[in-house]
Design a protein around this ligand. Structure first.
Ligand code: A2P
Length: 449
């Protein structure tokens, strides 16, 4: 580059390629009719095969071309400059009638087909395999909730690159609902993954997703709700949530985001004023819908007394070992949608149990149907007409967890599941203490345990 500049300087007295030494614009040499004729051979001339370069070089370039989408454009561009230069040269030498056709076809491939393929590589491949997940209208919010979504809570809570990659994989596979919470530390990685998914062309915009997050107990105070949601949106790099939930019907002294909680920090929740602040968030357009999590029928009843916007969702533990029959009937009557968390029992977490995946009845149904225990659990939850959030960061299991829509549990299977002795995996003893608002689990769940 430097040498070319110097050469130009010598010849013209200026190193500017467009202006001469008098500061006047250099004129482009116009093509004369004679020049044009040089590149347009007589009609009757026999076509010649133009061999632009030898086979080995050709092969190498073809390989590099195949790899170009992965190396990105510098290599592709160099290849095409060389290719087109060869084309021009041999065309001039041989009076070739068609101007370097191979180069043009390859240029189109490189600039139109391959870029779509490289940025949308994952999309194009996966769209074919991508599952379409059934959705259900959510009250009057205008946005439907996908019936299978992905949980993002890993215990102990920590953001990670694995989480970002898993969410991207989930989007490729067809997941559209992602559940987060201020507590989980998953908002930032989820936000990163959403940004990347748009950049990669996996989704056109964030609007294609359904994003849920939750107000942690230490922010469950009237004047802390809006700042907490604003912080959540900042973490997610989003303008709005699809659903914002009160995480637990309890407040904590402000400041900490941890589980287990410090029991000395437990405070009764002022449900009316916290809900009013949630309603304001929806009115401001910061969330499409608001709801609650871990609420009993009694607590919902209390909320409904003063609410001007009804909770769209109650997200609760639900699986074949904790079937939530009473709560589901109550919510169906009130028009509150249920989302099931821990549909597989959340094995390995503070709030989980391995009892679900170890349940003999479920194992037997899995054997008979040729499905996995996880699929039997998820299919059962799905057949009960609620949405569910399943957490897996393993691609095969993520896929498997979506393969539940094209088969059914038999009446006998359903009967066997109904008979499973009930056991709540996460009773929430963390929120119970003699000095706090709930003195026992019966208080916390209003006897619904
Ligand atoms: P992993 O992330 O390694 O796949 P829940 O959805 O009830 O919260 O349960 C989450 C737990 O269940 C995680 O430990 C997850 O592990 C595991 N899991 C998710 N899907 C499956 C599956 N299809 N088969 C077995 N385990 C699963």
């Amino acid at each position: 580059m430097k040498e070319r500049k110097e050469e130009n300087l010598k010849k013209t007295g200026t190193d500017d390629p467009f202006y001469n030494q008098n500061g006047k614009e250099k004129k482009k040499k116009k093509k004369t009719r004679k020049d044009r004729l040089k590149t347009t051979p007589p009609k009757n001339q026999k076509k010649q095969v133009v061999k632009t370069h030898d086979m080995n070089e050709d092969k190498m370039k073809w390989v590099s071309f195949q790899l170009a989408p992965f190396h990105q454009s510098a290599e592709t561009e160099i290849f095409f400059i060389v290719e087109i230069a060869h084309g021009v040269k041999s065309q001039a030498e041989n009076n070739e009638p068609t101007p370097y056709p191979k180069a043009i076809v390859l240029w189109i491939l490189a600039h139109i087909y391959w870029p779509t393929r490289s940025s949308g590589f994952r999309t194009r491949q996966s769209r074919a395999k991508m599952r379409s997940i059934p959705e259900m209208a959510l009250g009057s919010t205008g946005k439907a909730i996908p019936l299978v979504g992905m949980g993002t809570a890993v215990y102990p809570f920590a953001p990670s690159e694995t989480m970002i990659d898993s969410i991207l994989t989930a989007i490729e596979l067809g997941y559209r609902h992602f559940d987060s919470a201020a507590l989980y530390q998953s908002e930032k990685p989820l936000g990163e993954a959403i940004k990347k998914a748009v950049e990669l062309g996996l989704i056109k915009s964030r609007d294609e997703l359904f994003i849920t997050s939750k107000l942690w107990c230490s922010d469950a105070h009237h004047d802390r709700v809006l700042p907490a949601l604003q912080n959540t949106l900042k973490n997610l790099q989003l303008d709005y949530l699809d659903l914002y939930l009160i995480h637990w019907p309890v407040s904590l002294k402000p400041g900490k985001y941890e589980l287990p909680v410090n029991k000395d920090d437990l405070l009764p929740i002022d449900l009316g004023s916290v809900w009013k602040a949630m309603e304001d968030c929806q009115k401001l357009g910061l969330t499409k819908a608001i709801g609650v999590s871990n609420f009993s029928c009694k607590k919902l009843e209390e909320l409904l007394q003063t609410a001007s916007i009804l909770p769209a969702v109650n997200q609760v533990e639900m699986n074949p070992l904790w079937q939530q029959k009473k709560l589901r009937e109550f919510c169906a009557e009130k028009g509150i949608h249920i989302t099931a968390y821990s549909p597989l029992g959340a094995k390995g977490t503070l709030w989980g149990t391995d009892r679900v995946m170890e349940c003999e009845v479920l194992k037997e149904i899995a054997r008979e149907t040729g499905k996995s225990i996880a699929q039997v659990c998820l299919r059962w939850v799905y057949e009960e007409g609620v949405s569910l959030l399943v957490k897996s960061f393993n691609k095969e299991r993520m896929k498997q967890n979506l393969e539940i829509f094209d088969w059914e549990l038999s009446a006998q299977d359903l009967e066997k599941i109904i008979q499973i002795p009930q056991f709540k995996g996460f009773p929430g003893v963390e929120f119970v203490c003699q000095t706090g608002p709930y003195k026992s689990l019966v208080d916390l769940w209003d006897g619904e345990i």
